[in-house]
Design a protein around this ligand. Structure first.
Ligand code: ZN
Length: 413
């Protein structure tokens, strides 16, 4: 079909564009804003009904696109070069016809993405971009027609023979640096905002800032190396976060998130620390894991193409030790964080988080608090609270290594 270039050629083009952008000489003193260098999306519209749905997007200039479908849940994904979305805050929350809702944002440097949730199976009838002419902006047009599940699956399988996003680079695999490596994993990013609080507060921003503060503290004494799974507003698939930690030989993996309860489902507050288990400790933990695991669905990653490289390894001895170390570290975290912040009434829980599935890296997921709770939100947005809580977590990391690396250090001396 004409709408699809091969994915690697497409990403090659994106990288070439990103590289070209990077090589450009620095702009003069009056800084050139992102809006000047990237195409700008100024408006989107939905038309039609369940028998035919059209999506139209106005752009400052023509771009290339790649359109494909994903199943379970039914989605249409549009991969485009990096653009600036100048759209109203609630854009995409309401759908029309075959489109239930849609999201958009950066998925990597040089690449933006739109993900459409479908009300039922649909096929891409047309996807194209018309150049600007006679004062009318450039327009991207996506036409969808209903189809049945079987045809949808057949088409999807043909379109997505490989994973959609480029693989994470295995960073610093063999640096020769003997210091333990701590991988900090700020949740979400880019197209995946994470949970949203009042006034446009987004989880992805809170946790990135927090992780950077924690990184500075863990690095300060020079005893540990720190690697972040993301350092900017970019989406990273869950499996890549695990892969980054494993490839880099991490000694500890700390994923950082903030939670929220849906309106009308009561109030909860305080920080929680989660470890991996097949069976969730309670229904709230199960709900949370399901929500955090949706990150890939939200960003348009095809879960079927993600190799489950740790499947069936649960009874492995290495994993049993990893699990035990994860729980010991979780206990230390809760102990030290207690002095800095309010904890949830049951602060230690476990559930099936995809991001905690490295069989050989002790891993925990920290929910810093609830953006749905007024007091927690105030804390989460406060410099003082972030610094204090990051201090307490750095302290827990240090005491964890002091207890578990003692033998290794003695051997090295
Ligand atoms: Zn999260």
């Amino acid at each position: 079909m004409a709408v699809r270039t091969t994915s690697w050629a497409f990403f090659g083009m994106l990288f070439a564009m990103a590289a070209a952008a990077a090589e450009r000489p620095a702009p003069p003193a009056a800084a050139v804003s992102a809006a000047d260098s990237f195409p700008v999306v100024t408006d989107v519209r939905l038309g039609g009904d369940e028998s035919q749905t059209r999506f139209v997007m106005d752009l400052s200039r023509k771009i290339d696109l790649r359109a494909f479908t994903l199943a379970d849940p039914y989605r249409v994904v549009l991969d485009i070069p990096q653009v600036v979305f100048q759209l109203a805050p609630k854009t995409g929350e309401a759908g029309r016809g075959l489109i239930k809702a849609f999201r958009f944002g950066l998925v990597m440097q040089g690449g933006s993405r739109m993900v459409f949730d479908l009300a039922r199976p649909a096929r891409i009838e047309k996807a194209f971009v018309v150049d600007a002419a006679d004062g009318v902006p450039a327009r991207l047009v996506l036409d969808l027609l209903p189809t049945d599940r079987e045809s949808f699956l057949r088409k999807t399988a043909a379109e997505t023979s490989r994973a959609d996003l480029p693989r994470a680079k295995g960073a610093e695999a063999d640096s020769g640096d003997p210091r333990p490596l701590v991988v900090l994993d700020p949740g979400h990013g880019g197209i995946d905002t994470g949970t949203k609080g009042p006034g446009g507060v987004e989880e992805k921003d809170i946790v990135l800032d927090f992780a950077q503060r924690l990184r500075d503290r863990v690095q300060k004494a020079g005893k540990y190396r720190v690697l972040m799974t993301r350092t900017d507003d970019t989406f990273v698939p869950l499996a890549d976060r695990v892969r980054i930690a494993r490839d880099a030989g991490a000694a500890l993996f700390v994923s950082i998130h903030a939670d929220s309860l849906p309106h009308g489902e009561g109030d909860a507050q305080g920080a929680s620390v989660y470890t991996l288990s097949e069976t969730a400790t309670d229904s709230e933990a199960a709900r949370l894991a399901e929500k955090e695991n949706r990150a890939d669905v939200i960003a348009g990653v095809d879960l079927k193409s993600e190799p489950d490289d740790v499947a069936g390894i649960l009874l492995d001895l290495a994993e049993r030790e990893t699990k035990s170390l994860s729980i010991q570290f979780a206990h230390r975290l809760v102990g030290d964080m207690r002095s800095a912040t309010r904890l949830h009434k049951t602060p230690l829980k476990s559930a099936g988080f995809r991001v905690l599935r490295a069989p050989d890296v002790p891993s925990v997921l920290v929910e810093l608090g609830y953006v749905s709770n007024r007091q927690d939100l105030q804390s989460l947005l406060s410099d003082g609270w972030r610094n204090r809580t990051a201090d307490s977590m750095a302290q827990a990391i240090d005491s964890y290594f002091a207890a578990h690396m003692a033998g290794a250090h003695a051997g090295a001396n």
